[in-house]
Design a protein around this ligand. Structure first.
Ligand SMILES: [Zn+2]
Length: 164
């Protein structure tokens, strides 16, 4: 084994690492609106003129609002792994914060399994590695295995039999 490289978040200050990672946002002290990425100057709620925004860790769990599979590398400034592999991108409604946050879904999930309403939790995965570090990105990990796969396999076998 070569010397271990440091593990760092791709964007400093956007999420915590460790066993229970969380997105770092801010919350208005007056109207409780939450913001991600963080808002530090003024509350963006048009009915609120507060400038007191406190740093908070946002909900670690949420529900998929929509998901899609990306077959091309994201444009700069994002750095895609080389060789590029298609990945799934999900928009997730956070449980307690009223926010929808986009992020990649942990590899191994099939986009067909990630219907609206699928429960996910925040995790981290390796975005890419270079000479300086292993860079972490937040990602969404499905909480429970959906049962859609078994139903599809049965259908495919039935169709296969009919063709013989
Ligand atoms: Zn406010």
């Amino acid at each position: 084994m070569s010397d271990p490289k440091p593990v760092k978040p791709v964007v400093e200050g956007w999420f915590t690492a460790g066993a229970k990672p969380a997105l770092i946002g801010t919350r208005c002290a007056v109207c409780s609106s939450a913001f991600f990425p963080r808002e530090d100057l003024f509350c963006r709620n048009p009915h609120c003129d507060s400038t007191q925004l406190d740093q908070v860790e946002l909900s670690r769990t949420g529900t998929i609002w929509a998901a899609t599979q990306n077959f091309y590398p994201p444009p700069p400034p994002y750095i895609a792994p080389d060789p590029f592999e298609p990945y799934i991108l999900a928009a997730v409604t956070l449980d307690d914060d009223g926010l929808v946050v986009m992020g990649p879904v942990r590899r191994g999930a099939a986009v067909e399994q990630l219907c609206a309403g699928t429960r996910v939790e925040l995790s981290t995965g390796i975005a890419y590695e270079d000479d300086d570090a292993t860079w972490l990105m937040w990602e969404w990990a499905p909480i429970e295995a959906p049962s859609v796969v078994a139903a599809n396999v049965t259908t495919d076998e039935t169709e296969g039999s009919a063709l013989r």
